[in-house]
Design a protein around this ligand. Sequence first.
Ligand code: GLV
Length: 312
Amino acid sequence: MKPNTTFLYKADPVRGRAWAEVFRRRAPELDFRVWPDIGDPARVRFLAAWEPPGDIATRFPNLKLLLSSGAGVDQIDFAALPPDLPVVRMVEPGIIRGMVEYVTHAVLDLHRDMPAYRRQQQAAEWQPLQVKPANERRVGVLGLGSLGQAVLAHLLPFGFDCAGWSRSRHAIDGVSCHAGADELGDFLRRTDILVCLLPLTDATRGLLNASLFARLPAGAALVHVGRGPQLVADDLIAALDAGRLSEAVLDVTAPEPLPCEHRLWRHPRISITPHIASMTQPATAAEVVLENLRRFEAGEPMVGLVDRTRGY
Ligand code: GLV
């Protein structure tokens, strides 16, 4: 590492303190700072941020690398960045484990009719429902990046009938993989529990809408852990009210936080969590970040490098 190098962290300050502690132990040669304590801006070569400052190009003349503090990069205004500044997404085991836990929990909860039993309990109603074997439950994951693949790897051992869809072709053992707009319809037609793990791009904004819901089998359920603007909330409510969909689990909404008067909060077939499905874990993230810094300095390919034309 070049001497006098500052690594600046600009995201949640409480998490920033945890990052600082890990970096002080693991990379004492780095001058690790938490925003707004930027020190000498000319020494900032690395910036880990959720939302980078608007004047990034002029404020940090020697910035070499921007790291998103989270898995997504849709919150970053690429037009405000120097055109050749490399940007990396956070691909780290802690985020992946968190997402696997959340989605597995949601899928099992839906599979075993827990929302219905919670409603029954409210009414003191004892009404056993038929238990469906997992191999008769068709789970479909939209998005086959590192998160989608990890989720599928953990759902398969339960015996679920698993499929995946993504923009580009993938091959995953035991998973029926679909690719591109032409194969979306087949994927949806065979999906009882739809998990959205897509990045937010112009192509995925508003994708979870009435026309997509109409292509799912009647009574399908949604687990949305992508990004809020991918979902058309009114279309979801209409699909639930019409019985087209049976349940929805939402960890992301538009806007966030969801205003208290929003209809989504009070729908009896919607469960909402406040964007907590998965969080970057400083201890595991630091290892990945330090390895990426090493790769960067050595001119080797970095993990999670964003393709700006693709948007993720
Ligand atoms: C959270 O949504 C993240 O992008 O890490």
